[in-house]
Write a protein that binds this ligand. Sequence first.
Ligand code: GLN
Ligand code: ZN
Length: 754
Amino acid sequence: MLNPDDTFTATVLGLPRIGPNRELKRAIEAYWAGRLDADGLHEVARQSRTAQLTAARAAGLDSVPVGTFSYYDQMLDTAVLLGALPERVAAITGELDRYFAAARGTARVAPLEMTKWFDTNYHYLVPELAAATTFSLHPEKPLAELKEALALGIPARPVIIGPITFLKLAKSLDGSDLLERLPDLLPLYEQLLGLLAAAGARWVQIDEPSLVTDLTVAELSAVRTTYQRLSEVAVRPSILVATYFGSLGGTLPALAATAIEGIAVDFVTGGDVDAAAARSITSKLIVAGVVDGHNVWRTDPDRALPRLTALRDAGVPVAVSSSCSLLHVPYSLGPETDLDERLRGWLAFGAEKIAEIVVLAGALTAGEQSVAAELDIARTAVRDRAADPRLHVRAVRERLAALDAADVRRTPAAERRVRQQERLHLPMLPTTTIGSYPQTGRIRIARAQLRHGEIDQAEYDARMRAEIAEVIALQEDIGLDVLVHGEPERNDMVQYFAEQLDGFATTSNGWVQSYGTRCVRPPIVYGDVVRPAVMTVDWIACAQSLTAKPVKGMLTGPVTILAWSFVRDDQPPADTARQIALAIRDETIDLEAAGVAIVQVDEPALRELLPLRKADQAAYLDWAVEAFRLATSGVADTTQIHTHLCYSEFGEVIGAIAGLDADVTSLEAARSHMEVLDDLNAAGFELGVGPGVYDIHSPRVPDADEIENSLAQALKAVPAERLWVNPDCGLKTRRTEEVTAALRNMVAAAAALR
Ligand code: GLN
Ligand code: ZN
């Protein structure tokens, strides 16, 4: 039962952890490199937590999440908590080294697999479980972080991942139904609740983001029994079940029927708790996620406040929160001194979101007049954003409105194939690569020198042209049929375009954890997207001038640019995708006009934006496919469009891949053993396809026989006229020697089969 004297009003669901200046990232990497010992690493971590928790408290949060800190990943931490690390790391001595071995592998031990955390760009480690896995409780980390926070005077709320989400996201090694392991896990959670209470926790947050996905009847009943049972623990903290990334739908009443004290609801992606649902939960604290934890926009108080007051007026105890952990946004706007001043006013990163939450909570508890000045600033910013002409560029909107079906349709693929072949004269089983070549030390040095002003842009460009010349010569020497320029001039396949398009901003310190110590700096799409000038033509033309073989133009597709950016929340993502598509379309046409015969438009993130609930997926795939087609249908039949997709589970998007209507699709397939080809056939796919013939994620050089075998296997599913020969992804992360040897073997394998 909720104790009215023991609630809170302002919180967030989790905090970022890499450090405001990526201090933790650097310390962990120093530890891996042997430059810092374990004590040194723990000390950096402790200082970082102390500063962060103290700041969150000082900013006015009256309940602060603790335990969302991690040296690598929260799912891995949960596997440690439950004694469920894989057997193969058990023999590794030293807790920290065992932990990192599970995360990254060692020379002898493979790491856990990694996959996307719901629909974010964060990747978690997938615990490996089986019917025979034994669980045991190892509560040291949550207890230590709780004690540390309490000693600092922080109103600490330990956060742990709930048993349902843990089991649903784990991989079943033996095909057994992991949900059947709940009865073995629940006693450990019960024990942990007791320990946390004894250590002084008043509240515990149990994260169950899986509850916003489609649940089976059995899963729904597991939710009910799990939380009923945990609520029956005699001495325990109040339980807040945190859900985020979507709406609870029918799961809300199930959760509300248990005797837990609080439910965190995502009001940003999930929508409101409706009046009927509110009536069923009057005796629980609703932690209302009205501040977007997954995007960077300042909250509109006139949208958030009415939702909060409606709940309160319905008699529901309510606290203000972020919609999800702040893990997914940068720390603070503080360092972003280079941002356009106007745009800066529209944004809220982590620190600013905490301040917003405190203001909204103040308005809710002490009345709007108590925070009148702050609300005024927020309202002014929101109005200023809506009125900025960059958000409504007439020319773009008129062009989009004038498009019709013909603009997203090309001549039938079979006819195109004939015309393209007349132009290109490619051999049977043409060989190519995916775009990037190794990022050499020379490239990195040139980039650093340019950044520090030691060389000018002209010198930098000259050095990049020299890189291109080398990559072209290498490919000619290897004997590849379709060449690429190698992408040396691109820092990142999305940021490179974001920097050249109007309507995008990039940050100088807006780092967000992608996985482990890897961080990304997503660009921000704030306005209508306009391509003020050609972006890639000079580089590709330079490459093409050096060879008689065709060089592929290389672009990033609209869906991927969208997926790897913070997107505007004032229009549907589909509209933003169409604007980006138009810019890419113009670029394909300019490449074509410059004599480029093949243009590749990469969409590795096509599957990433797939909605969590089945019912929403078809609509997404429709607009995603249409955006790609808009980007690629402006060229003549004689121009060959390639695309590249790179994740191994194509499942739900197979139909969409056919819908893209690219003349040639290269796929990451080396690790999924060509099964994807059968799936494509089943979906009626009849275009060119290049299932990756070797795995570029490993330094291993495949020999020609091995590649020949996998090609022979592919030929069982695809006629030779449609089969392309390529690695399974870009070569950026590999060394030149590995790449050269592997590609020579690949070319030899193709030649042997011709
Ligand atoms: N063309 C890009 C490259 O080769 C594709 C990268 C990707 O698939 N993520 O690097
Ligand atoms: Zn790829």
